[in-house]
Design a protein around this ligand. Structure first.
Ligand SMILES: Nc1ncnc2c1ncn2[C@@H]1O[C@H](COP(=O)(O)OP(=O)(O)OP(=O)(O)O)[C@@H](O)[C@H]1O
Length: 198
């Protein structure tokens, strides 16, 4: 799969985020791409554009699906947003059950234990710590049948040991699919990624 922006332009009202911006994400070269740029440069906006949640104001986004993309015409994306967007009154497992997924309930429990070992998946999410919510939000994003996964600041509030667990989990489960992330924290295991600089 290749995602390419040619002469892209994005603005919000009077504010111009970028102009004449081109980039190419060739997932045959790198299955992982990192979006880089200082705070407020437009990393989240670019990721939203790449997954068609938002549109360019000028220029073009082209999506060439490869054999790794198994969906119909559209690009199936799964997101871990900067905010957790979990249903706080529901339990962790209820949050995970709401996501259409080909994984079974016992596989979800197994994954939960890999990322949140020793925690109670029947407990309300509102009783979880910030780092636990982040890991749960990450696991939820890993569950659907996606072509591309977008992780926006996945490690916020996560300590190094748990960051390692998340990175290892992703490497074990991404397969031939594509992933794009933005992070202020340095990845510990994801090394050979492509870079898009804003
Ligand atoms: N929906 C929107 N409406 C208006 N302005 C927006 C909108 N989304 C983003 N912006 C503005 O666009 C700029 C870039 O925001 P964006 O979240 O894409 O940056 P970022 O590089 O991801 O930042 P950070 O590293 O702080 O998360 C900011 O000035 C932000 O206020």
């Amino acid at each position: 799969m290749v995602l390419e922006i040619t002469k892209g332009e994005k603005k919000y009202g009077e504010q111009s985020l970028f102009q004449d911006f081109s980039c190419r994400l060739d997932f045959m070269k790198h299955s992982i791409y990192r979006i880089e740029g200082e705070s407020g440069k437009g990393k989240t906006s670019l990721m939203r554009i790449l997954s068609s949640l938002e549109h360019l104001d000028g220029g073009e986004l082209s999506i060439v699906m490869g054999e790794a993309a198994r969906g119909g015409n559209g690009l199936r994306s799964s997101w871990m947003f900067q905010e957790n967007r979990l249903l706080e009154k529901l339990s962790a497992m209820e949050n995970l059950s709401l996501i259409p997924s080909s994984y079974t309930a016992s596989e979800k429990i197994y994954f939960f234990e890999q990322l949140l070992f020793g925690e109670d998946f029947e407990k309300r999410v509102s009783e979880y710590s910030g780092g636990m919510k982040r890991r749960l939000s990450f696991l939820r994003a890993m569950l659907p049948d996606f072509d591309i996964l977008l992780l926006d600041e996945p490690f916020t509030g996560v300590d190094e040991e748990n960051q390692l667990k998340m990175e290892r989990f992703l490497l074990e489960h991404l397969g031939k699919r594509a992933m794009v992330f933005a992070s202020h924290e340095e990845p510990l295991l994801w090394k050979n990624y492509g870079r898009i600089r804003l």
